[in-house]
Design a protein around this ligand. Structure first.
Ligand SMILES: NC(=O)c1ccc[n+]([C@@H]2O[C@H](COP(=O)([O-])OP(=O)(O)OC[C@H]3O[C@@H](n4cnc5c(N)ncnc54)[C@H](OP(=O)(O)O)[C@@H]3O)[C@@H](O)[C@H]2O)c1
Length: 311
């Protein structure tokens, strides 16, 4: 596994982290605690030390599973969660952006995760209107002073113009950005990375497998038929177009003998602005293939502030 400095937090983070939207039940199924324990345990063995969850992956469901999963090895993990919503039902959330609402959510997240401090607390893809709220950032700063939060981050929405939130990140006290970045969506290279580099912000690349498509396992013509899978709600033409692009990439770019998911993650890690990828995982085999990207160097040149360690 390789490790990098997470921007100005100075945290030493594994280049592959663990995304856990899946555990909230919107990816086709619910998860048992023993399944989650196996995923988290294997990730730890492979050198992964960063875990990303959110308040609305189920109503704190993912956070609770993780809280129990990391109990006893809290020090081994950098724990990131988010604020701004309450889960209502599959695909539905209430928006909760006022300072007192977020203050209450923070307590709920601390309880669910069974931790005294959240290492990274992220603004969860809210609007510019929700973002431009001084009372919110003042309250969050007080929670940092009180030791309930170590660092603040902004998870940038993939729809809309990111400029305001990216440019004001340091001003509101954020040290990290979370952005959609993968081989099929390279917009951050021009819209976000120049700003994150100028401000020394850590960058977490989310949806790095393009929602599983860049694993190469879905072929053109595939239909997501399970209504509990978030992808079942996407437009069929959009899915088909992505699947066609992926098939082309699989045939023309992925080196023979290399797992395509591993390759797709290593591809993201070549960009000097990217600190870490956070693929969502549903089982131990996926954790293993994803962690392998931590050792796959595609030869993109030296990345700043990287350490290698064998496990
Ligand atoms: N607004 C936000 O802040 C926001 C939004 C989205 C995501 N996130 C975070 O980012 C994380 C990653 O994004 P994502 O989960 O949406 O997309 P992703 O990481 O691109 O795709 C995850 C899906 O890919 C498949 N997969 C994972 N590893 C695989 C492997 N090695 N081989 C084959 N298939 C594999 C799994 O689905 P199947 O096996 O069912 O195909 C998994 O559910 C989330 O878990 C969450 O923590 C944050």
């Amino acid at each position: 596994m390789r490790y990098r400095r997470l921007g100005k937090t100075n945290l030493r983070v594994s280049v592959v982290g663990l995304g856990t939207w899946q555990l909230g039940g919107e990816w086709g199924r619910a998860f048992t605690q023993s399944e989650v324990d196996a995923i988290v345990g294997r990730a730890h063995e492979l050198g992964i030390n960063f875990i990303d969850t959110a308040e609305c992956y189920g109503d704190h469901v993912s956070e609770r599973l993780i809280g129990r999963g990391i109990r006893g090895q809290r020090q081994a993990w950098i724990v990131a969660t988010k604020f701004g919503h309450r889960f209502k039902a599959l695909g539905q959330r209430d928006q909760l952006w006022q300072a007192d609402e977020v203050r209450q959510q923070l307590e709920e997240s601390l309880r669910a995760l069974q931790v005294e401090t959240i290492d990274l607390y992220q603004f969860h893809s809210g609007s510019d209107e929700a973002f431009a709220n001084d009372d919110l950032w003042t309250m969050l700063d007080k929670q940092v002073q009180a030791g309930k939060i170590r660092f603040l981050g902004i998870s940038i929405s993939s729809s809309g113009n990111p400029t305001l939130q990216v440019q004001r990140a340091s001003e509101v006290g954020a040290s990290v950005l979370q952005v959609v970045y993968n081989y099929l969506d390279r917009r951050p290279e021009t819209s976000i990375f120049p700003h994150s580099q100028a401000q020394d912000l850590g960058v977490l690349a989310r949806v790095p497998l393009a929602s599983g498509f860049l694993s190469g396992k879905y072929k053109p013509g595939h239909r997501f038929e399970n209504p509990a899978d978030v992808r079942a709600r996407w437009r069929p033409e959009e899915i088909e177009e992505k699947l066609r692009q992926v098939e082309h990439i699989r045939q023309n770019e992925v080196p023979a003998g290399v797992n395509m998911a591993t390759w797709a993650l290593a591809w993201c890690l070549q960009h000097p602005a990217v600190t870490c990828v956070i693929p969502g995982c549903k089982n131990v085999a996926q954790v293993e293939a994803n962690a392998a990207a931590g050792d796959l160097d595609l030869g993109g040149g030296d990345h700043p502030q990287t350490w290698s360690e064998s496990r």
